[in-house]
Design a binder for this molecule. Structure first.
Ligand code: FES
Ligand SMILES: [Fe+2]
Length: 354
């Protein structure tokens, strides 16, 4: 079960062009393309004639011609041509989905089109992807695991100490309890401060802290917003320079913006970007980040896919919660309450009975 009345990241803008891109999103088959004037289109990837995938057809101007018997659909999904006959059957059309291009992504609305308000796209989370004061490296991973395993992973960074010791992990992450967990109307925020610690390698290379004999105050502020956005504000500043009180002038920071789009109940599209506010024009830092974070996230992918395999074989054996789950449990509860609410919205008789 997935939340539907939300904007999901369907693709990077650069992936969608004048060829047909097939992608499954929340278990629905979609085909993306652009019209001749560059407008992105998302269409059901299933011909209404005999269910051939339209992505195996071709673009004819702004329309999609099915590769099986030639029915042709315009960008609104209406059938405009049936070979060998003049009359087009009334029900000959395919579903199209609202789309918006913003912050390097093609956003797709998977629910009721009448509710697809572009102002609901979480600009405050993703604007860093195109902010001139920031520069971003980007990536995509396909994960053979349920998206909530990846949400858990990003909300609970205590795993850095064990899974990512070679890159971003230090022993202090798992050993430092969460500073606070806040839930509001729009999501959940989890904060962890680690004060007066040695700088982790990836920050030290850029910030030169240990060269100056400095320790750092390190922060991890993780924001979850539905349906499945996990956006991290992370960084370090010279210890004692006032970062916990809001002065980050002696520090460097990054955003780790993670748009997790469910593909199926057992797989996820993982769109990640890493904007930073330092060394903006430095290609070496960008290369270091692109490779470093890809490798780090691959460590997560391997673990999560192995977890998914066990979950699929499991017969409901109970699991045990620990303090670190203070960051994951509120998010799971929020998702469940929103799923319940969407279920109630679909069936008003059920809402009335409860
Ligand atoms: S299946 Fe598409 S035209 Fe027949
Ligand atoms: Fe990780």
């Amino acid at each position: 079960m997935f939340l539907k009345n939300y904007w999901y990241v369907g693709a990077y803008g650069h992936e969608v062009g004048r060829t047909l891109l097939a992608r499954t999103i929340v278990s629905e088959k979609i085909v993306f393309y652009r019209t001749e004037d560059g407008t992105p289109v998302a269409m059901e990837n299933r011909c209404c004639h005999r269910r051939a995938p339209l992505s195996r057809g071709q673009l004819v101007g702004d329309d999609v011609e099915c590769g099986y018997h030639g029915l042709t659909f315009d960008p609104s999904g209406a059938c405009v041509r049936v070979p060998g006959q003049k009359k087009i059957p009334e029900r000959a059309r395919v579903r199209t989905y609202p789309v918006v291009e913003r912050w390097r992504f093609i956003w797709i609305w998977m629910g009721d089109p009448a509710l697809a308000d572009p102002s609901l796209i979480p600009d405050h989370l993703y604007r860093y992807n195109e902010d001139p004061d920031w520069t971003a490296v980007t990536g995509y991973l396909h994960l053979k695991a349920h998206y909530q395993l990846l949400v858990d992973n990003l909300m609970d960074l205590s795993h850095e100490t064990y899974l990512h010791m070679k890159t971003i992990g230090t022993v202090h992450v798992a050993e430092t309890p969460l500073t606070k967990v806040e839930r509001d109307d729009d999501g959940v925020t989890v904060t962890r401060w680690m004060l007066d610690r040695p700088p982790p390698p990836i920050y030290d290379k850029s910030g030169g802290f240990s060269e100056r004999g400095e320790t750092v105050d390190r922060w991890q502020i993780i924001r979850f917003e539905p349906p499945s956005h996990c956006c991290l504000d992370v960084g370090v500043a010279t210890a004692g320079s006032g970062a916990p009180e809001g002065d980050r002038s002696k520090g460097i920071s990054m955003r780790s913006l993670n748009a997790l789009t469910p593909e199926t109940e057992g797989s996820t599209h993982y769109f990640w970007t890493f904007p930073r506010d330092y060394k903006l024009d430095d290609g070496d830092t960008s290369d270091l980040h692109a490779k470093g974070f890809h490798n780090t996230f691959m460590e997560d992918v391997v673990m999560l896919e192995a977890q998914q395999e066990i979950i699929e074989l499991d017969r409901g054996t109970p699991t045990v919660d620990i303090n670190a789950d203070g960051s994951t449990i509120p998010v799971r509860r929020l998702i469940q309450s929103l799923l319940d609410a969407e279920g109630a919205a679909k069936d008003p008789s059920r809402a009335a009975a409860e």
